[in-house]
Structures are given as C-alpha cells and as structure tokens.
Design a protein around this ligand. Structure first.
Ligand SMILES: Cc1cc2nc3c(=O)[nH]c(=O)nc-3n(C[C@H](O)[C@H](O)[C@H](O)COP(=O)(O)O)c2cc1C
Length: 319
C-alpha cells in the first residue's frame, strides 16, 4: 500500500511540475503564487519592496506569480498603500517587475480590484489611522469615503467607513476603469489578468444580497446582482489580448444566512442551465474561474468563520 501511495504521489508531483497551457501562455509548471497585498506602495506605484517580494517567488521556481489586489481607481484601494493601475505613470515600475519575473522563467499575473465599502481601511499592522503628520507625508497617507452598491457599512467596527451608493454613471465609469487597467496591464507586459470578485470587495458586494439592496438593474434578482461582474468581465476581455488568459476570483459562498450561495456560484460559472450560460462568465471568454472560501462579509465573521486575510497581515512588523 505504501509503495502504491508513493507512486501516486510521484505521479501527482510530476503533474505539478509539468507545463500547463492556458490560451497562448504555457506555464513552466502548475504552481501559482496567489495575490498578496503588501500595503507598501505610495500613490499606487510599485517599488523595490514589490520587486523583491515577487521576484523571490520567480527565483524559487513558481510557474505563475500574481501581483496583489491592484486598485483600478484610487478610491478602489483597500488602503492608501495598495498598488494601483489607474494612470500610465504606474506602468513602468510594474514593467520592471514583469521583466524580472520573465527573466527568471515565471509568468506574471495581476489582480485588478476595487474594494468598494472595504476601501480606505488602515494599514493592518498599524493601530488604526495612527500616522503622525510627518509619517503621513512619508507614506503618502490618504483616507476617503468609499463607494459601494448600497450605502451599507461593511462592519460597525473601527477601520470601516460608511460608503455612498454608486449611481449608474459611477458604475459605467467603474467598468471603463477595469478595462483601462487591463490595457495598462498589457502595456506592462503581464501574461494573466485576474478580476477580483471575492472576499467581500466591490464585485462580491454587488453579487451578495447582504451588501446589495439596490432596486435598479444592478440589484434585486440574482441576474441583476450578477450583471456588474459579467459586464466587467466582458469589458476586460475585450480590452485584454485574446491569446492571454483571464481569471476571475470569486468567494464561492458568503457563509451567512440569506447571502450568496454555492448554487449562485454555479450559475455564475454558467454550468447550471443553457439559459444561465448565455449570460455566464464562460461565454464571456473567461479562462479560469477561481472559486475559493467564504467572503469576508460581516455575518460570516460573526459566525466565527475565518476571515480571508487576518492574523497573517497583522503579523508583519512595522517598517
Ligand atoms: C498577506 C496576505 C495578503 C493577501 N492579499 C490578497 C489579495 O491581494 N488578493 C486576494 O485575492 N487574496 C489575498 N490574500 C489571500 C491569498 O491570496 C490566499 O488566498 C490565502 O492566503 C490562502 O492561501 P492558501 O490557499 O495558499 O493557503 C492575501 C493573503 C495574505 C496572507
């Protein structure tokens, strides 16, 4: 039995380290570094920290390295320290990182994101917004009022601000911002774009009836709540080269009563019925839907379920 298990394991290992084709891209193996916020950018611009943080994974042999949640607008950042891709000035430092990853044999991905009502939160290893005036200049401190599907605060606890609800013009601008960021990602040389629709951030908020109580065509029925994710996917796919893979990351369930369910995720993925698949992410040229875990919605937290990002963030020492 032991020998058999060993053989199976060896077979799995050889698959793990075998090339993986995705549209026009072939990863050197199937290991992927998931996006990880570093809270270390100024004005959304990448720097040496990001180069070293990401570069070591390429040196270590990963097939694909995905950059952290990167704001498609300034107000879409989780914190003022997030990466951004809302202006052309943010392209060259990213190009430097992409070139290094390529030089070391890894493919480069970037996660395009909008935090919605979970934007403008403090840097996790600080004690709230405790920056002194001198530090504020040094770290390019910013705080702002977030936008969301509905004017519902994420959680009544320090760190979250009551958002304003997006109007239709704001939603159109947001879709355009995702597409523009994808064009900039192409200019920076990325191989993969991932749309962040997970973890209770803006696109997840639109999906969830717990965060989205709109009465227009972006709220109410499941079809209406899915509309923005599908429109963003369609716009990004149109802006992103056809031979390059596009991923969407979702949280498969909200983990709270009355929230987004696994069945909803299956419908979103387009595998439930021909009618649903007409409006599905798959029909929109999506290469890979990455379902995982629960969204970090307040109800989920109250039930004692693990938040996606938590203790690990706070462990990082102040730099
Ligand atoms: C420090 C840190 C930052 C993270 N930032 C992001 C992020 O920017 N985007 C995202 O989708 N997930 C983020 N995550 C979640 C990770 O991508 C990943 O899903 C999680 O760490 C679980 O990884 P595992 O399944 O390999 O254990 C972050 C996690 C950590 C620990």
């Amino acid at each position: 039995m032991q020998g058999c298990a060993l053989l199976q394991q060896q077979n799995l290992m050889s698959q793990l380290f075998s090339p993986f084709p995705l549209r026009g891209l072939t990863l050197r193996n199937r290991t992927v570094v998931a996006p990880m916020c570093q809270y270390s950018a100024r004005h959304g611009v990448a720097n040496d920290w990001h180069l070293v943080h990401l570069g070591r994974f390429a040196i270590g042999g990963f097939g694909l390295v995905i950059l952290e949640a990167t704001g498609v607008t300034p107000e879409g950042r989780i914190s003022y320290g997030d990466l951004g891709l809302w202006t052309d000035e943010q392209i060259p430092p990213l190009r430097r990182i992409v070139d290094f990853l390529h030089q070391e044999g890894a493919a480069a991905g970037i996660q395009l994101a909008h935090a919605g009502r979970k934007a403008s939160t403090p840097i996790p290893w600080r004690n709230g917004f405790d920056e002194t005036e001198a530090e504020k200049a040094e770290v390019a401190f910013e705080a702002w009022t977030p936008v969301a599907p509905s004017a519902l605060i994420h959680a009544d606890k320090p760190g979250f601000t009551a958002p304003t609800a997006l109007d239709e013009a704001g939603i159109s601008a947001l879709i355009a911002a995702f597409a523009d960021a994808a064009r900039r990602a192409e200019a920076a040389g990325f191989d993969v774009v991932e749309i962040h629709a997970a973890h209770g951030y803006l696109l997840n908020q639109f999906l969830s009836p717990l965060a989205n109580v709109r009465t227009d065509r972006y709220g109410g029925s499941r079809e209406n709540r899915m509309r923005l994710v599908l429109e963003v996917t369609e716009a990004v796919r149109a802006a992103w080269p056809a031979d390059k893979p596009l991923f969407v990351r979702i949280s498969a369930v909200d983990g709270s009563d009355g929230g987004w369910t696994l069945e909803d995720s299956i419908v979103l993925a387009g595998s439930s019925s021909p009618a649903a698949s007409m409006r599905s992410t798959a029909r929109r040229g999506l290469r890979w839907l990455r379902p995982e875990g629960r969204a970090a919605l307040p109800g989920a937290a109250r039930q004692g379920r693990p938040q996606q990002r938590g203790a690990d963030h706070r462990r990082r020492p102040h730099r």
